[in-house]
Design a protein around this ligand. Structure first.
Ligand code: FAD
Length: 544
């Protein structure tokens, strides 16, 4: 296989031109090329008037590869060996019970997928509902303000990333090709082949819902079992090991019923893929004395601009209209030394009310696959560390998040509190929109967001947004719309695990973002795969 890098096409040129370009580069006729596939595609927008797509392609040819490459430098084309992800050989220790996975976000799902494929028939417990039902619960919340605390934007099948932009890029190093495997599974489940080669692949909420259903069906076909509305409320431990879990049926609300909806499930291997928002579960784990500590995370406000403004700033006048909705990434440093940066940017997206607790408001962003919404949004955030909020308690970050979310709720009384950036700077309440109309899922109300975050963080954000205005024209415009509060950027706690990925209680594997080992869909999924590998290397598959 020959890998050619740096084949360039202009936006108005068709990808059909790739084959002639490959042939020209390799000095071959089209008949000499057996096949080719795009393995990377990115945009070079440094010179906006000469903007190009850059392709990397892997080519199979009928001639001797080394001879064909003689006239080319290695930086242009080279011979590559097929390499990819390999699941390890299973071990021989016997399990008496099927592995139990708590949570069906990316970490739990991908752990479940790999374990099911290897014959372990895992049981996946999820406090929320399946994606179809969850979709209705979320729409209902956005329309009425009535929150289901067990099935919402954070909880339910697919986890926190279901109502998202579905960005799949990650900065995690990947020598074992787990990230590649995640993309391959997503693509096979309906996410589209382009995620395998695009520089910044994304799925979008609408397509993600289909992918999740396909993935569930595939896991079930391979012997896995899903139990929805099943919240783990307690652990049974014996001699420092896990022996079982208590599960509450979150659909049972009839308090007069003698059946309290509690069941007990024996478990000797428990994967905790609970995400960053399961605050009650963190508390239970703390009480069960799992070793954990507070960690840094980031907080801030979401900012909206017209997508057209971002488009022209990123791609220029000539190509702005031709190209897909543009993302951006901006960073700045405030005068107190804090880094201010954009996070979870959603081109053509919506700001969503992503709350999961009563009388607390948290926001985030989502977009559909076509990213066709009129606004671009991203969180502008600053890192806060245990020194900023801590009293030394492992769950002090959770307490801090709750305080911020309560203030946001007070301002919006359940609606998303929003403000024009110019008013935020002046410290006065906004009364209505400028030229930018907010695109909010869950209703919004104009208010003064300056009352949510500590003033030192408000000042850092303000300096940061102003500085970003020097990078993207209009970023700091008066009528840019801010929403609050962005408090669920990553987990405020890390549950410790050893080299075998086990917690201080034997048999429990903290996994994914909630446990503090991932940040984002792909890295959480990769961590899920890693935990599945660890289990498989030690144990032999169980079939009930
Ligand atoms: P989660 O996805 O949070 O999943 C945890 C699951 O565990 C949940 O389904 C929860 O219901 C369940 N659970 C919790 N406690 C219990 C219990 N006691 N019993 C049973 N089940 C339980 N990341 C990106 O990379 N790209 C994006 O575009 C992106 N956009 C986002 C948009 C939004 C609105 C949100 C909220 C997040 C977004 N993220 C994005 C972040 C991403 O969703 C998370 O990083 C990722 O989902 C973490 O995966 P996880 O499996 O570790 O946890």
């Amino acid at each position: 296989m020959i890998r050619i890098t740096q084949i360039r096409l202009r936006p108005e040129e068709s990808e059909e031109l790739l084959l002639p370009r490959i042939c020209k580069k390799l000095r071959l006729s089209e008949a000499d090329v057996k096949s080719y596939k795009i393995t990377k595609k990115s945009i070079d927008a440094r010179k906006k008037e000469e903007l190009t797509f850059i392709y990397q392609v892997d080519v199979e040819i009928k001639k001797k590869e080394s001879q064909v490459l003689r006239h080319l430098k290695e930086s242009e084309a080279r011979i590559i060996k097929e390499s990819g992800y390999r699941f390890p050989e299973c071990g021989s220790e016997q399990l008496s019970h099927r592995p139990v996975i708590v949570g069906t976000g990316p970490a739990g799902l991908f752990c479940g997928y790999m374990l099911a494929k290897a014959g372990f028939c895992p049981i996946l417990l999820e406090r929320g509902g399946p994606v179809e039902e969850r979709d209705q619960a979320v729409q209902h919340f956005w329309e009425t303000g009535i929150l289901d605390t067990e099935c919402n934007v954070q909880f339910g099948e697919g986890g926190a990333g279901t109502f998202s932009d579905g960005k799949l890029n990650t900065l995690v190093k990947d020598p074992a090709f787990r990230g590649r495997k995640v993309l391959e599974i997503f693509a096979a489940m309906g996410a589209g082949e382009e995620i395998l080669y695009e520089q910044k692949p994304h799925i979008g909420t609408d397509v993600l819902k289909v992918v999740l259903k396909n993935m569930r069906e595939e896991i079930e076909r391979m012997g896995g079992e899903f139990r929805f509305h099943s919240k783990v409320t307690d652990l049974e431990l014996s001699g420092g090991r896990i022996t079982g879990v208590h599960i509450k049926d979150t659909k049972k609300t009839d308090s007069a019923s003698s059946d309290d909806g509690e069941i007990y499930l024996p478990a000797e291997r428990l994967i905790l893929a609970i995400g960053h928002s399961a605050r009650d579960t963190f508390q239970m784990l703390y009480e069960k004395q799992l070793s954990m500590h507070a960690k840094a995370f980031a907080v801030g406000l979401r900012i909206e601009h017209p997508q057209d403004m971002i488009q022209f700033s990123q791609y220029g006048e000539r190509y702005g209209k031709l190209l897909p909705p543009a993302p951006y990434k901006v960073t700045a440093r405030a005068s107190d030394g804090r880094g201010v940066y954009s996070f979870c940017m959603c081109p053509g997206g919506y700001v969503v009310n992503a709350s999961s607790e009563k009388e607390m408001t948290a926001v985030n962003g989502m977009s559909n696959h076509d990213r066709a919404g009129r606004n671009a949004n991203s969180a502008m955030i600053v890192t806060v560390s245990p020194e900023d909020f801590g009293d030394g308690h492992p769950l002090s970050g959770v307490k801090f998040q709750r305080e911020l979310e309560r203030r946001a709720w007070q301002l919006g009384k359940g609606l998303v509190p929003i403000q024009l950036y110019g008013d935020f700077k002046a410290g006065r309440r906004s009364t209505g929109p400028g030229e930018i109309l907010p695109a909010t899922m869950g209703g919004a109300v104009y208010t003064n967001l300056r009352e949510i975050l500590p003033e030192k963080l408000n000042l850092a954000l303000q300096e940061g947004i102003d500085a970003c205005g020097r990078r993207i024209k209009g970023f700091d415009r008066y009528d840019a719309v801010l929403s609050g509060v962005e408090s669920r950027t990553s987990s405020p706690v890390r549950i410790e695990r050893n080299e075998e990925l086990e917690s201080s209680v034997e048999g429990i594997y903290p996994c994914g973002e909630g446990a503090g080992y991932a940040g984002g869909i792909t890295s959480a999924a990769m961590d899920g795969i890693r935990v599945a590998e660890m289990l498989a290397m030690r144990f032999s598959p169980v079939r009930d």
